[in-house]
Design a protein around this ligand. Structure first.
Ligand code: KMT
Ligand code: NI
Length: 186
């Protein structure tokens, strides 16, 4: 098991479709790391010391990660038309290209979703997330989020300290964090 990420086509149809290039152009964990994106797939690992989304409420491994990384805050968001108030509106917002001034940390507890991030050449990379996957997007990276064709995910949102959900839609290059992340990307 491992990551599944790929470069997207530029077709405008349904955002929930995979939008792979033909032939597929995969993106490796190392390439994501260079962008400051960290991604783990834990669920099907047999070794110990792995996260288990089935026991997220009591999982000692999650507890340890939260302690180590300082993820003091957490809540759970269920993204489905019957559970999320203003579902359509929120999905539209999540899919607007944006950035935050803090890391975006998400742990998928159920269902599936895509996180898209821009690479150094401004190409979209689509990261397929499913149950047991944890991702951190660095502060300042342009990104967006969508459900896939299953139209459902349940995700834990983690944060260092008091959460700030403020999203800055592109263009948002005036922030210090953009200057820093751009020099980091070089
Ligand atoms: C964001 O800022 O991109 C989001 O919060 C996405 C939805 S949470 C799974
Ligand atoms: Ni975001």
């Amino acid at each position: 098991m491992g990551i599944e990420a790929w470069y997207m086509d530029s077709c405008d149809e349904d955002q929930r479709k995979p939008h792979r290039l033909n032939p597929n152009q995969p993106v490796s964990v190392d390439e994501l790391k260079k962008l400051g994106v960290f991604y783990w797939k834990f669920l099907h690992e047999t070794a110990h010391n792995k996260l288990n989304a089935d026991i997220y409420e009591t999982d000692p491994e999650l507890e340890q990660i939260r302690k180590e990384q300082g993820y003091s805050y957490m809540d759970i968001i269920t993204i489905h038309k019957d559970t999320l108030p203003n579902y359509e509106e929120k999905l539209k917002m999540f899919y607007e290209e944006h950035l935050h001034l803090d890391d975006e940390i998400r742990y998928i507890l159920d269902g599936r979703a895509y996180f898209d991030v821009r690479d150094k050449e401004e190409r979209w990379i689509r990261i397929a997330m499913s149950k047991g996957d944890l991702i951190t997007l660095p502060a300042g990276i342009y990104h967006r989020f969508t459900l896939d064709e299953s139209n459902y995910t349940k995700a834990m949102r983690l944060f260092v300290g008091e959460p700030v959900w403020k999203a800055y839609n592109r263009p948002a290059d005036g922030f210090d964090i953009r200057q820093k992340s751009e020099s980091f990307l070089l």
